[in-house]
Design a binder for this molecule. Structure first.
Ligand SMILES: [Zn+2]
Length: 307
């Protein structure tokens, strides 16, 4: 019995030492980033996300369990553009991990190489209530940006583990090929709705609308992060009726009271669409998220009788 326990302990020690050698420990703030890191990193990375896809990424509960995970991370990948500013900084500080502090070798801001929309032209601060003061942080909802993130992740992982350069290059190339095939499929499905006028709750679908040529004519929130007001809602409803808007897109974590009222008043279909991997079980990875959302959107447009 004693021998067996010793053998078991030796096996565990061996297992943990090979695991430690094999995998770069990556934490990401969102599941979208975790999915892209997993695509490129394969079994050379162990990746976990802090926020779940069904949570509003602007407002995530800073659980102490994340501090422990961040403490041992080799790399932290963030969305940036102030998306996580309300909850991430204390977690990073309390992790006492010098590698992942902003500016450290293990801190990686995925927004640096992507296409950013809604860049403020005048002075905007969070004090004014706008939670998008550094441009729109929901940029992963453009598949072109997904590719740019994957490319930047490939470069970062290669810099961290030169011996695996060819492996990461091959993984990136494979993801790029599958994403390109999927984009052809998505563009074809969305082609009949080019220029379709929609309204969204939050400014979270700006990059999606840009990628698939939708025309967002208004928002339920008067400003990003500011809850709907009766006066703004009334004006929005008038505009929706005037422009015959058929679809109101709502991220699943928002209060449905105002969107449902707008739907009743204007006849628009209220469509709850997950903006992140993990938002629904079917959206289990980055490509599956677009498959799910585009299928949902196209069905809703057909039901609304536009095609
Ligand atoms: Zn936002």
């Amino acid at each position: 019995m004693k021998k067996l326990i010793q053998a078991g302990a030796a096996a565990i020690a061996l297992l943990s030492s090979t695991e430690a050698l094999a995998a770069i420990k990556v934490m990401t703030t969102t599941q979208d980033l975790a999915s892209i890191v997993a695509e490129v990193g394969g079994d050379k990375v162990a990746v976990e996300s802090i926020a779940k896809g069904y949570q509003d990424p602007h407002f995530v509960e800073a659980k102490p369990s994340f501090i422990i995970k961040l403490h041992t991370a080799d790399l932290l990948v963030v969305v940036g553009r102030d998306l996580e500013i309300g909850w991430l900084p204390p977690l990073i500080t309390q992790s006492r991990n010098p590698k992942i502090q902003p500016g450290g070798a293990g801190y990686f801001d995925a927004s640096q190489t992507v296409k950013i929309l809604d860049m403020p032209t005048g002075p905007v601060t969070r004090a004014m209530g706008d939670v998008h003061p550094s441009g729109n942080p929901h940029y992963w909802l453009d598949p072109g940006n997904g590719r740019r993130i994957a490319q930047a992740v490939q470069a970062k992982l290669t810099a961290m583990s030169q011996a695996d350069a060819a492996y990461f290059a091959q993984r990136y190339a494979d993801f790029d090929r599958r994403l390109a095939e999927a984009e052809t499929r998505w563009k074809a499905a969305m082609a009949p709705y080019k220029g379709a006028k929609i309204v969204t709750y939050h400014r979270s679908w700006t990059n999606f609308a840009d990628a698939f040529s939708l025309d967002v004519i208004g928002y339920v929130e008067p400003k990003p992060g500011i809850p709907p007001s009766p006066r703004h809602t009334l004006e929005l409803e008038q505009e929706m009726k005037r422009q015959n808007v058929k679809i109101l897109l709502v991220d699943p974590y928002f209060d449905m009271k105002t969107p449902n009222a707008i739907g009743r008043d204007t006849g628009a279909k209220v469509l709850m669409m997950p903006p992140s991997v993990g938002g629904v079980p079917e959206a289990g990875n980055y490509i599956a998220l677009f498959d799910y959302d585009i299928n949902l959107f196209v069905s809703a447009m057909k039901q609304a009788g536009t095609q």
